[in-house]
Design a protein around this ligand. Structure first.
Ligand code: ZN
Length: 300
């Protein structure tokens, strides 16, 4: 009897060791925000463990790192960033954490957009929201697969394979979106959101997004700009007005009231929803947004 128990105990210890070795074996990846974290998990599968700095429904523009965020860099082998000025806080964070591992800028190589800098008239600023066009996300995924393959060459073929499957899904998504918007007359393709997060979406699909705030949620529109926007909403009878999941809704609620428009819903701009929400991953987020936009545009 004793022997059996001892054997069983040995087996449990051995099993625990094996399991913890597998967990420790995973490549620790820090992703700057939830959408990138999802892309890394698609490409890396169960080979990676992901730590998102800016979580679901959180605003990366105004992110303030906590001491716990510094600790996530201690075991990290790869940091995945969006780039294009989205993570203004990252270098201070990696310096404080003395991070020595690899970094990949997911947007590397894409054709990026520039906008007028609302806080510095006359100056141009990069628009970081490239993920709102799925064709850019194809490049994101390729960059992530390459970076993971360099860290873990043995599994590089798996990362390439995973990304190929996902790229198929992204191409299908893009075609589906084109198809959906084709149902809306061109004169009705106008909507209001909080900040300029949909410039790439707009350029790809021909939907006009109008926002009181610029490419960062930090920018403050002047009273003059707000009253001009209210006039435009009334004159052009725009009924499609959307809140955003991660930014402060106060400004838009006031705007909706002043322009006498009932908000049409909420779009997922710079972050996913939590797992139990309608946008727990990138593909679902895009489909949810497009469904919402269609409903909103039909009110115009
Ligand atoms: Zn944004």
């Amino acid at each position: 009897m004793m022997t059996v128990l001892r054997r069983l105990a040995f087996l449990i210890v051995a099993l625990t060791l094996v399991l913890s070795a597998t967990a420790a074996d995973k490549i620790q990846v820090v992703a700057s925000f939830s959408i990138l974290g999802d892309l890394v998990s698609v490409v890396g599968g169960d080979r990676v463990e992901i730590h998102n700095l800016v979580g679901p429904d959180q605003d990366a523009h105004v992110f303030e790192p906590r001491p716990a965020d510094i600790q996530t860099f201690a075991r990290a082998k790869l940091v995945v960033l969006n780039g294009l000025g989205f993570e203004g806080w990252i270098s201070r964070l990696t310096e404080t954490a003395s991070y020595k591992g690899a970094t990949v800028v997911a947007s590397h190589g894409i054709k990026f957009r520039q906008m007028e800098d609302e806080d510095h008239p006359g100056r141009r600023t990069n628009d970081p929201h490239a993920w709102q066009d799925p064709r850019n996300v194809i490049d994101y995924v390729r960059n992530i697969a390459t970076a993971l393959g360099e860290i873990d060459p043995v599994n590089a073929p798996t990362y390439q394979e995973n990304s190929r499957h996902y790229i198929d899904a992204l191409q299908q998504l893009d075609a589906w979106i084109v198809d959906q918007y084709a149902r809306i007359p061109e004169t009705k393709r106008k909507l209001i959101t909080s900040h300029d997060a949909f410039g790439y979406h707009s350029a790809r699909y021909g939907i006009q997004f109008i926002a009181p705030q610029g490419v960062s949620t930090e920018s403050e529109p002047s009273a003059k700009e707000i009253s001009r926007l209210i006039r435009q909403i009334k004159q052009e009878k725009i009924k499609a007005l959307f809140m955003e999941n991660m930014s402060n809704s106060r400004l838009l609620e006031q705007l909706a009231k002043d322009a006498d428009v009932t908000p049409a819903g909420k779009l997922y701009a710079d972050a996913l929803s939590t797992a139990d929400g309608p946008a727990p991953n990138y593909l679902k987020m895009m489909r949810y947004n497009v469904d919402q936009i269609l409903l909103g545009l039909k009110r115009n």
